[in-house]
Design a protein around this ligand. Structure first.
Ligand code: PNS
Length: 216
């Protein structure tokens, strides 16, 4: 058996195949050869070490952009997943002059800061203009987006491919929120709030209070 250990990651090859071990968990890499698995191993190793190469955008800074009007438990679930995966997550609120939001950008940022304050590596910021330009300015290599259901896919695919056309070095990473949030959207939350329906479990308590105050 041959193995190459770097910190907590280990690439192992024996007669039965190639494996990646992270602490006590072993991932079987199918029938892939060591050569095929090595780039994945290098990537995982960089992620584990929090290595940031700003020269070629191999950073683990991810931007999670959106309207967040308001932040829901689904958004929060995705931020929590991103926080575990990337060195830094920048939650970027779009300042969109065309849309008529329920909450001002300042209010949305306040709520996001409140509900993400437990994570040191999560920052909340505002952006306008092209997302790829903002990502470049912030030194981010990843755009993080959530896909709840197949219905999200077409819109997200179009946006991801357009962003790739604008900046080929920027990768869009899609993550799945918890299944219990697959039907949840900020639009439905606003509608329920307007109609006086229950919001428990859909948004954090602080957001529920703000919603109630806003629509009363
Ligand atoms: O939460 P949303 O409203 O689905 O988020 C959409 C968002 C903010 C990600 C998207 O509208 C965006 O990136 N806007 C910035 C302008 C831009 O870069 N447009 C080209 C995208 S292909």
């Amino acid at each position: 058996m041959r193995s190459a250990a770097i910190k907590t990651l280990q690439l192992i090859t024996d007669e039965s195949g190639t494996f990646l071990r992270h602490r006590t968990t072993v991932f079987r890499c199918g029938s892939s050869s060591r050569t095929e698995v090595r780039p994945v191993f290098r990537f995982c190793d960089r992620m584990c070490r929090g290595d940031s190469h700003t020269d070629d955008m191999k950073t683990s800074v991810a931007i999670y952009p959106g309207s967040f009007d308001p932040v829901t438990n689904g958004h929060l679930d995705l931020i929590a997943r991103g926080e575990r995966m990337f060195d830094r997550v920048i939650v970027a609120v779009l300042k969109n002059v065309e849309k008529e939001p329920l909450f001002s950008v300042t209010e949305r940022v306040e709520m996001l800061r409140e509900v993400t304050k437990q994570w040191d590596s999560v920052e909340v910021d505002v952006f306008d203009g092209l997302l790829v330009e903002y990502a470049r300015k912030r030194g981010a290599g990843v755009i993080l987006r959530g896909i709840r259901a197949v219905s999200d896919y077409e819109y997200e695919l179009q946006m991801a491919l357009m962003n790739r056309k604008l900046e080929p070095r920027l990768e869009t990473v899609f993550m799945l929120p918890g299944e219990s949030y697959s039907y949840l959207s900020a639009r439905l939350v606003r509608e329920i709030a307007h109609l006086g329906g229950p919001l428990t479990g859909l948004v954090p308590a602080v957001v529920e209070q703000r919603l109630r105050a806003k629509v009363s």
